[in-house]
Structures are given as C-alpha cells and as structure tokens.
Design a protein around this ligand. Structure first.
Ligand SMILES: O=C(O)C(=O)C[C@]1(C(=O)O)C=C[C@@H](O)C=C1
Length: 303
C-alpha cells in the first residue's frame, strides 16, 4: 500500500484534502510542511499533501520555499476545500484568554474573534490541529480548527461555521518525486513553475510575455525572496495547460531559454474543473501545424 505524508497532526484541513487525494493509501501525519516534503525526498513516503494557497490569506510560504529549494518535487494532483472553522475549548474552560491556531486560520477569523472573544489573545500554532492538541494539554484556552478536529480531540465545540469571508477556500497539492509519471492532460489542467528572474530591467516582464504571446492564461503569480541576495526574488507562476500539450511545451522551452534558473513544479487537473482558455492561433493544433510547416520547408516540400 502506498504511503502519503500530510501536514498534521490528525484533524487538519490538510488531512481532509489528503483523504480526497489518497485513494486507498496509508496517511501519515507529519508536524510541519518541510518534514512532509523531506519524507518524500528521502523516499520514506510516496507523496505528501500540503496546503499551497488560500483565497483570503494567499500563498503558504513554507510550501513555496520548500518546493523551490533542495531536490525537485512535482505536484501531480490538487484539491480545493471550503474553509470554515470551528472554535474548540476544554469542557471545563472558564474565561477564554488565549486562542491558538495556524496564522492563516487566525487571519481568516480576526473579525469574528474581535466580535465574540474581544479580550482573547491570538497565539500562533504550527497548524489548526496542533492548536487543538495544545488546548487539550491546557496550554491555551481555545483553538480555531477544521470542523473535523472535533472528531479527533475530546474538546467542546464553542462555535461552528466561523469565517470572516464567506466562500474562503484553500488549495492543496499532492507532490511526488519527479520520476513518477504525470497524470494525462484533461483540457482543464494547471502547470506550475518557479523562476528566479535576473535583477535587471524587464526580466520578469520578459518571462511573462513568453506566456502571454502564446495565449496562456496565468492563474497565480507569487513572489518570494530568493534568500541569498537582498532584493532578488523567485516568481511562482501557475498557468492553464499541461506540459504534455505542444503550446505549453513551446512556452516552457522559451522560459528555459530566458532563464536557466527555472524549475518545473507540476502539471495536473484543476480541482475546479475550469477548462483552459485557448486564444485564436494559439491552440495545440496551431503549434503542431506551424512546426510541421517549418519541417516541410526545411525538407524542400513546400515554401
Ligand atoms: O492547519 C491546518 O489545518 C492546515 O491544513 C493549514 C491551513 C493553511 O495553511 O492555510 C489550511 C487551511 C486553512 O486555511 C488554515 C490552515
């Protein structure tokens, strides 16, 4: 049976995402995102499930940095979960003075906390479920968690459906070692790369223009510091399409020409099923026809 590590402990949103993506694999909770990724790199597990972006708080930095550094890993699937929180306390809790959770979760319930627990101090925990564990251990008074955490930990449910922004969602990735075959293209796919654009005028615009000129629609652009040199950034770029498509292969080759420091982070079906936009003259047939025409001209068969 294959093994999938997920950002745990038990009862995180990431566990729910892993259950959606895992099939019959054995799920193994791991305390941090870097540890989940390193378990894949060491071959201790077949894949890892990690959060990558939230519709309210944006990118999950530990995942982006973890994918950009060390041995390459490639995303082969994604899941999208609605994010509404529960607030858990010990059954004997008195006044709530501290509320713990993952920083992304605290940021998504700030208004609710101000209105409902105005005196309570927010405290960052490594994950929503780690906050529940800490409340159980008496370290904090309340935890902001995924609803499923109430099934794992004997805590009192003080509130459910807590969310400052209705319809908030988090996207999760299933990542593997690169030798694992990618899923077939479906017409509703996402490809991800990270590129370290040189620190000179127009460098990022040049990279983006390779995608724009091929009619490829971006779905996300995030910048993270390259860490080694102040002022240098890595750009995480997600776009519609699959590396197996001629138009996407052509764009990736152009990006590689422009930027030696580009890393492929995966191609897989989109969880929302949105099909790729195909601009006029930028379909896969157009790329194949144009390549065939050049070959025919070279062979002296046409002009
Ligand atoms: O702590 C968890 O439950 C997680 O799965 C992490 C995480 C995140 O990184 O954004 C996932 C979804 C929610 O947005 C809050 C926390």
């Amino acid at each position: 049976m294959s093994k999938i590590a997920y950002f745990g402990p038990e009862g995180t949103f990431t566990e729910q995402a892993a259950r959606l993506l895992a099939g019959d694999a054995e799920l193994i909770p791991v305390e941090t995102i870097p540890l989940a990724l390193s378990a894949v790199r060491k071959g201790e597990v077949d894949a890892a499930c990690v959060p990558v972006e939230n519709s309210v708080e944006g990118a999950v930095p530990a995942t982006l940095d973890g994918l950009a550094e060390q041995e390459p890993l490639v995303a082969s699937a994604e899941a999208l979960l609605p994010v509404r929180f529960s607030v858990l306390t010990r059954p004997d809790a008195g006044e709530i003075q501290t509320v713990a959770s993952h920083p992304h979760a605290l940021a998504q319930v700030r208004l609710w906390l101000e209105a409902n627990l105005p005196g309570a101090r927010p405290v960052a925990a490594s994950s929503t479920a780690a906050a529940a564990v800490a409340v159980l251990a008496g370290e904090f008074d309340a935890a902001v968690t995924a609803p499923v955490a109430a099934e794992h930990y004997p805590l009192r449910v003080m509130a459910t459906e807590v969310a400052d922004v209705q319809d908030a969602r988090t996207r999760f990735l299933l990542v593997r070692q690169p030798q694992h075959p990618l899923p077939e293209p479906t017409g509703a796919d996402r490809t991800s790369i990270v590129a370290a654009a040189a620190n000179r005028t127009g460098a990022l615009a040049e990279l983006l223009s390779e995608l724009a000129s091929r009619g490829i629609n971006l779905t996300r652009l995030d910048a993270r510091p390259a860490r080694s040199n102040f002022g240098e950034y890595r750009f995480f770029i997600d776009f519609e399409g699959h590396i197996a498509e001629p138009r996407i292969g052509d764009a990736l080759a152009a990006l590689r020409r422009r930027c030696r420091n580009v890393r492929f982070l995966g191609s897989h079906p989109r969880a929302d099923g949105v099909r790729s936009t195909i601009e006029p003259s930028a379909g896969n047939d157009d790329f194949v026809e144009a390549t065939d025409w050049v070959a025919a001209v070279r062979a002296g068969k046409t002009a």
